[in-house]
Design a protein around this ligand. Structure first.
Ligand code: SAH
Length: 263
């Protein structure tokens, strides 16, 4: 098998003049949170995750990304990865005897708590609680489906957790995987410049965020609310809290009900 695994992130690939200290109990490389992606389109990664804060964090080794090219595990001369659905019907299904070995390879050396996730419209919908939980694992392995999806036996055999981006159907799991990774990685220490910004944003308190404004003070005849210009921190906090509640009540009665029950 030629190079089934491709790595992203400077620390995972760089040569160094000084030999790295691999004998110390907690070398940085061994500690970094890792995402391993099984996909037919490894070039789609890091994609948007290579930009801005998640990209800088990847470059500096705060997290790592490895792709496993499913095509490399294909069978026969043409490295086929899919076949027609048993029982008939439209489309193609990713084969168990292709995906299985790819999962085995991708999971090699996975340590500690390391969920194996299949991005799927049938899965548990992504939310902030899931991102928070995943940020506390040692890493994740993500299976990106294509076509009609994957052979069910693989999901059963490996006890795969199915996770959905939302109630709609995409052509593949790659975009959903990147959404999951973005939401997770930004919660890791050092990824957001200002750690406070992860603390008072939407969902952190079970409420949606208050409106935000910045310069200019007036735009198209619209002024920034006076209270925000008052410099009175107590009043500003009260106003933001009230706005959060009002917006959550109006837009997301489901979140509002939960919030009321818990307070
Ligand atoms: N036939 C399947 C859909 C297959 S879509 C069904 O009806 O359930 C092809 C691939 O895109 C899936 O294998 C999955 O990996 C990905 N995908 C599609 N929609 C998704 C969603 N809402 N969330 C996460 N992944 C999704």
């Amino acid at each position: 098998m030629e190079r089934p695994i491709k790595s992203h992130g400077r620390l995972s690939v760089s040569a160094s003049v000084k030999p790295r200290d691999l004998m110390s109990p907690t070398p940085q490389l061994a500690q970094a949170w890792q995402a391993r992606i099984i996909t037919l389109f490894p070039d789609a990664f890091p994609g948007v995750l290579g930009e801005s804060l998640t990209g800088k964090a990847l470059q500096s080794g705060l997290w790592q990304l490895h792709t496993t090219d499913l095509r490399q595990f294909g069978v026969g001369k043409h490295r086929n990865v899919d076949d027609t659905p048993a029982g008939g019907g439209a489309g193609m299904v990713l084969r168990a005897d292709v995906l299985g070995p790819a999962i085995d390879a991708a999971m090699q050396g996975a340590r500690g708590r390391w969920p194996l996730i299949y991005l799927s419209p049938r899965g548990r919908r992504m939310d902030q609680a899931l991102m928070r939980d995943l940020a506390r694992t040692d890493g994740v392995t993500l299976i990106c489906g294509r076509f009609e999806g994957v052979d069910e036996r693989v999901l059963e055999h490996y006890g795969v957790l199915e996770v959905s981006l939302g109630d709609f159907v995409l052509t593949g799991g790659e975009i959903a995987a990147q959404a999951l990774l973005d939401g997770t990685v930004r919660l890791m220490p050092g990824v957001l410049g200002n750690t406070a910004s992860a603390e008072d944003e939407s969902f952190s308190s079970g409420l949606l965020e208050h409106p935000q404004y910045t310069r200019p003070a007036e735009w198209q005849g619209r002024a920034i609310p006076d209270v925000l210009m008052s410099g009175h921190h107590g009043k500003i906090a009260d106003w933001r809290r009230a706005q959060s509640e009002e917006i959550t009540r109006a837009r997301r009665p489901d979140l509002w009900r939960k919030h009321e029950e818990s307070s």
